[in-house]
Design a protein around this ligand. Structure first.
Ligand SMILES: Cc1cc2nc3c(=O)[nH]c(=O)nc-3n(C[C@H](O)[C@H](O)[C@H](O)COP(=O)(O)OP(=O)(O)OC[C@H]3O[C@@H](n4cnc5c(N)ncnc54)[C@H](O)[C@@H]3O)c2cc1C
Length: 392
């Protein structure tokens, strides 16, 4: 984890330096805290503070606002490194950078510049609040509405999962715009965590990513001013699909790849060190275990290569780029579930107990599968794209 593994993401020297910084934070700060974060379902504040100190909360913020001005390549590599130390931290970071993209590209948000400068200085963490109790994983279709009131809007919403709910400074939220005739006619707006009408419903208690604080948040008679709008009125779905989705897919694919790398490393280390005294041999002397490790490594590198190719596509977009973006997320979340499952089987009872950290990776890897777009949504979207059907 100290140096960035073969540069499949086509990083230039600057991006490589950010990834190397992320790898140091993962090794020195995130990994030592990961078991405690998991056991106590606590927010990994030390890791977030380290990322903020290094300016990585502003990784994709344009340089004119003090950010690093980096694109998807540096993002993918940075996330992959962080995920090897603490996947909960990586999740929080993916949500922050994906949500930040809406602010970066906004032409409506009044405080855009102040917020971007705060991110670059490590003083502003943001996140996505799309999922709602009423439309569940179908994040593209909010059931909440913005209704005109007092020269702005009023809204009520039950946001069912908000990563960093109790710790983010703002949430990028979605609602049907005033007078919408379908949930696809939506608008994105910014919610300040401490605004009147924002209520954290209950703490997060999941089987994996236990530090990511993905709690439900109720918005009750929340006032949204015109200056709080992020997308133009009615252009929310377009922003979700064209701005958020690519960064989210890349980020979660990289996170899954980091989980895979951590599982390969932990398994390889265990096979090389644990052994049988009565035969004076190591676990690595068993060919079935070596074969499983080989399969784990192959799946990991296939997924990383697909993500690397997708990053090339994103830099010089073609008609195929959206398909690759969806496929890279699907390939990576499937690989993470399979690779961590193989790690459990390969390391036996030692993995079943907590001391190797493999069972934590196994639990954490399940989240990618159920986060929207879920594996089911991705398969459906990909199948539709390949047969010329509209996605919605
Ligand atoms: C760790 C974690 C962090 C999260 N963080 C955030 C966040 O920060 N912001 C946010 O907005 N959301 C977040 N989510 C929520 C996530 O994106 C999903 O909305 C949520 O996991 C959906 O769960 P559900 O039980 O409502 O799924 P359901 O919608 O009830 O899905 C149940 C099953 O039906 C399948 N299904 C649903 N619709 C279709 C369809 N159209 N076609 C085929 N199959 C379908 C699903 O794939 C799934 O297998 C997070 C989730 C997790 C696990």
């Amino acid at each position: 984890m100290t140096s960035v593994a073969p540069n499949v993401y086509g990083l230039d020297q600057t991006a490589l330096e950010f990834a190397t910084t992320a790898a140091s934070i993962a090794r020195d700060v995130a990994l030592p805290a990961a078991a405690d974060v998991d056991a106590n379902a606590r927010f990994p504040q030390e890791s977030l503070s380290a990322l903020a100190r290094e300016g990585l909360l502003g990784l994709s913020v344009p340089k004119e606002f003090g950010g690093k001005g980096e694109g998807p390549r540096a993002f993918a590599a940075t996330v992959e490194e962080i995920a090897q130390g603490c996947p909960s931290t990586a999740m929080i970071y993916v949500m922050h950078v994906s949500a930040a993209q809406t602010i970066i590209t906004s032409t409506a948000l009044a405080q855009r510049e102040d917020i971007l400068r705060s991110m670059a200085e490590g003083r502003h963490l943001t996140t996505l609040a799309f999922s709602e109790k009423g439309s569940r994983s179908q994040f593209w279709a909010p059931v909440s509405k913005l209704e005109q009131a007092n020269g702005g809007y009023k809204t009520n919403a039950m946001k069912s999962w908000v990563t960093s709910a109790g710790h983010a400074d703002s949430y990028v939220s979605s609602a049907q715009n005033a007078g919408a005739s379908s949930p696809m006619e939506s608008t994105l707006y910014l919610v300040r965590k401490n605004a009147e009408g924002v209520r954290l419903v209950s703490p997060f208690n999941g089987i994996g990513l236990r530090g990511n604080d993905s709690a439900p948040v109720a918005l009750e008679n929340l006032f949204v001013s015109n200056g709080d709008l992020i997308s133009q009125s009615g252009a929310g779905a377009q922003m979700i699909l064209e701005v958020v989705l690519p960064w989210f897919c890349i980020g979660t694919a990289a996170m899954a790849n980091g989980l895979c790398r951590a599982a390969v490393n932990a398994t390889s280390n265990h096979l090389s060190t644990a052994g049988f005294e009565h035969t004076n041999s190591k676990l690595r002397d068993l060919p079935n275990l070596r074969a499983r490790l080989a399969e784990m490594s192959l799946r990991t590198e296939q997924s990383r290569a697909l993500l690397g190719y997708t990053l090339d596509e994103m830099e010089s977009p073609t008609q195929m780029t959206p398909l690759y973006v969806l496929q890279s997320r699907l390939g990576a979340i499937q690989a993470a579930v399979d690779v961590t499952d193989l790690a459990m089987k390969t390391c036996g009872g030692a993995a079943f107990s907590r001391h190797l950290g493999i069972e934590r990776l196994f639990r954490d890897a399940r989240a990618g599968w159920v986060m929207a777009p879920t594996a089911d949504h991705l398969q459906d979207f990909i199948g539709k794209a390949l047969t010329g059907l509209p996605l919605f």
